[in-house]
Structure formats: structure tokens, C-alpha cells
Ligand binder design. Structure first.
Ligand SMILES: [Zn+2]
Ligand SMILES: [Zn+2]
Length: 259
């Protein structure tokens, strides 16, 4: 199994996970031309995707999904809550209701089988209708993906415990958020129980799920206004000094990373 983050941040998110010819795109918050180029950068054509899986209906995750799915006839997997709000909001103009190959699943489903990959949904506290994140399993390896959560829950920790690689949100530094440009209402939303994980929350989560076989840690969904890569790295080093740590960026992809 291998994966590539095609871009991550409040202006768009997409991650590709591949195993034995199965290619699952997790979220697509980029316009069609943009995602085509980001896929081309890792030598993947959109018609080679097996499915698109959506974590929740926020524009930075779903804005590009309807057009991509309709253009290439792709299967879209989402929770009923996520797809209902997508059809009524950001996906309306992009034709979300016209997506043909829709596969709805409850956020508490035990597992989803997509080709050679098994996905385990993890319900998360985030200000969306029915959001979830995932553990991907394939080739006897496990990749945990967790972004867009305001609180660390026991369910999350249980799900992420045995992973070989983790893609975790480290959204903001609370001090930078407080002194930054966001209005108070947005500061409360981002820093609240249904907002985004701070560096310290991400480090606390890592501490609870860290184990000997965890080889790679990729931090994502960094706020460009309210965080800095050096603060993220130093928060994570406090937990483990020998982990291979990288940071996903908004404008460029990571390239392929083996799990
Ligand atoms: Zn997001
Ligand atoms: Zn979100």
C-alpha cells in the first residue's frame, strides 16, 4: 500500500491511497483542472481511480467531487448526512444530485470493501452533518487518516492504535489563533470541540496511539495563518524523536509514500 497527499489545507484537500491496482481518492476539494494536474504529477489518470470517498461536506473536501465523478463516471462513497448536505450546498451547482454511482454508508459502519482496500470509518466530532475519517487496510498494512476533528475521542484512539503510517491534522497553535487575523466567532469555531485539532491535541493523540511499528507520520491541514511548520515539528518531537515526520502542503503534493 502507498499513498500521496495531493494537497492539504483550508483551500483544498485530496489524498490518494493505492493497493494492488485499487486507487481510492479520499476527498477532492480542488477544481477539476487542478485535481487532474495534481494526479498527473504522480502519473495517475482520473479514469484509473476506483472510487472517490468523501469525509464530510465542507468545500475544502467535497467541492470538486461532483464534477470529477460525473466527468469520469466514478463511484462516490459518502455517509447519507454528508451527501444530503453536499447536494443542498457546495455540490448543488456542480451537479451532486446527478452523480450516478453513489454508495451511501453509515458513519458507524464496521468496514467498507473497495477492491483491494478495506476502509474502517471513524465518526469524528466536527461541525458537519455526519463526518468520518478512516483507517485504510491493505497488503497487511494500515494507514490511519484523521483530519477535521475538534476533540480527541477514545473511539479515534482505538481505531488508530495499530497503524503503520498516520496522516494527522495539526491545524493550529492556540496562541497564534488567538492573536491572529480570524474574527472571534471563527476563532471559537476553529478552536472549539467541533473544530480542528491544535498541535498539542495532535501530539496528545499521537502519544496515545504511538507504537514501535509506526514508521511514518504526516501532518496535514495546517492553517496558513495560525500555525508554523517548526511549531508542529517541535510538538511532535516531544512525543517521539525517532519518527519519520513530514508536513503536507497546500500548493504541492507529497509524491508517493510507502506504508
Ligand atoms: Zn477541512
Ligand atoms: Zn471540515
Amino acid at each position: 500500500m502507498r499513498f500521496a497527499v495531493l494537497g492539504s489545507g483550508s483551500r483544498g484537500n485530496a489524498t490518494l491511497v493505492e493497493c494492488d491496482g485499487t486507487r481510492v481518492l479520499l476527498d477532492c476539494g480542488f477544481p477539476l483542472r487542478d485535481i487532474e494536474q495534481r494526479l498527473a504529477a504522480i502519473d495517475v489518470r482520473p479514469d484509473e481511480l476506483t472510487a472517490v470517498v468523501v469525509t464530510h461536506e465542507h468545500g475544502d473536501h467535497v467541492a470538486g467531487v461532483p464534477r470529477l465523478a460525473r466527468r469520469y463516471g466514478l463511484e462516490v462513497w459518502a455517509t447519507p448526512g454528508t451527501w444530503k448536505v453536499t447536494c443542498a450546498s457546495v455540490g448543488r451547482r456542480a451537479g451532486a444530485e446527478d452523480v450516478q454511482r453513489l454508495r451511501l454508508f453509515p458513519s458507524h459502519a464496521r468496514r467498507l470493501r473497495i477492491g483491494a482496500l478495506t476502509l474502517h470509518p471513524i465518526p469524528v466530532p466536527h461541525d458537519a452533518r455526519e463526518p468520518c475519517q478512516f483507517v485504510f487496510e491493505g497488503d497487511g498494512r494500515r494507514l490511519g487518516v484523521l483530519t477535521d476533528a475538534g476533540t480527541v475521542t477514545p473511539r479515534m484512539c482505538d481505531a488508530l492504535r495499530e497503524c503503520d503510517a498516520l496522516l494527522l491534522e495539526a491545524n493550529h497553535d492556540p496562541e497564534l489563533l488567538r492573536s491572529g487575523p480570524y474574527p472571534p466567532s471563527l476563532q471559537r469555531r476553529v478552536g472549539g470541540a467541533f473544530g480542528h485539532l491544535s498541535n498539542a491535541q495532535a501530539a496528545a493523540l499521537l502519544e496515545r496511539v504511538h507504537h514501535r511499528r509506526l514508521g511514518k507520520l504526516l501532518l496535514s491541514h495546517l492553517s496558513q495563518q495560525n500555525n508554523r511548520p517548526d511549531l508542529v515539528r517541535s510538538a511532535m518531537r516531544g512525543v517521539s524523536s525517532d519518527l519519520d515526520i513530514s508536513i503536507a502542503e497546500q500548493d504541492s503534493g507529497t509524491g508517493w509514500i510507502g506504508v
